[in-house]
Ligand binder design. Structure first.
Ligand SMILES: [Zn+2]
Length: 268
């Protein structure tokens, strides 16, 4: 069975396809990259609910996946609390974050985070933006977020901090346009996680399970790091080499928590 993301009459679809080159910002409605495997849509829905279950997303925040039919498109829910997202809510966007088939649906203001990161990072296929609470203090403190244990070894490459004033001066802190999205992607550079000062964080991965795993364990690491700091002694963080070795090992086992989280999240 094939799940069709948009139901634009084919004549309009063809006009859109003819008039807009995928990935261009030439105006008009971007063409769809075509139907998507329903299993991927189900994973994206599951990711929304898992991240809500795990306290990473609440009524806010979002998770997206790159369209498997074109690197110039991505999939993201309409503006909705993540826990409520269903397959019918998933929309397709071009990398300028224009909707392929809006049909009056409201869109996340900060969708530019996703489009601009997909432009800058060809190997990234899933993006999570959250205000996950334990991480927020590290975005406003001089204490850096650092890999404390093997489960969050991916943090040992360093966690950059996005200072939105450097990109946009005084703002409401939201990444609400392509320029701010580009600046955030530049700060993220080649890393898996970036903090956003006074706001939240962004986490990326090569697929949905990896991005979800990283978002969950970024939050857990932040909680544990605060506990370690409160103990009062000195702290031994993972060495970069330990981080590399541990990340390789954990990378091979992500299917285990993913299947558990997915079953619980979709079984509600
Ligand atoms: Zn946000």
């Amino acid at each position: 069975m094939t799940y069709f993301l948009h139901r634009t009459p084919s004549i309009l679809h063809n006009v859109a396809r003819a008039s807009v080159v995928p990935g261009s910002s030439g105006g008009g409605v971007p063409a769809s990259a075509g139907p998507v495997d329903p299993g991927l849509i189900e994973d994206l829905v599951a990711a929304n609910r898992i991240l809500a279950d795990q306290g990473v997303l609440d009524g806010y925040g979002h998770v997206s996946v790159r369209h498997p039919g074109s690197p110039e498109r991505y999939l993201l829910s309409r503006s909705l609390a993540p826990e409520l997202v269903t397959t019918a809510d998933i929309m397709e966007y071009d990398l300028d974050s224009n909707p392929v088939d809006q049909r009056g649906r409201s869109m996340y203001l900060e969708r530019f985070i996703h489009g601009e990161i997909y432009k800058a990072r060809p190997e990234v296929n899933a993006v999570v933006h959250s205000h996950s609470p334990a991480v927020v203090p590290f975005g406003v403190s001089s204490v850096p977020l650092r890999a404390l244990y093997h489960m969050s070894a991916f943090l040992s490459v360093g966690v950059p901090l996005f200072e939105i004033r450097d990109a946009g001066g005084m703002t409401d802190l939201l990444v609400r346009n392509p320029d701010l999205g580009r600046a955030l992607a530049k700060t993220l550079a080649d890393k898996p996680v970036a903090l956003m000062r006074g706001h939240g964080n962004v986490v990326v991965g090569s697929d949905i399970p990896l991005a979800v795993y990283r978002a969950v364990y970024t939050e857990v690491n932040a909680r544990l790091q605060v506990q370690a700091i409160m103990l009062g002694g000195s702290i031994t963080y993972l060495e970069p080499e330990e981080g590399q070795l541990a990340a390789i090992n954990v990378g091979g086992t992500i299917g285990r928590p993913w299947e558990l989280w997915k079953k619980k999240a979709l079984g509600k």
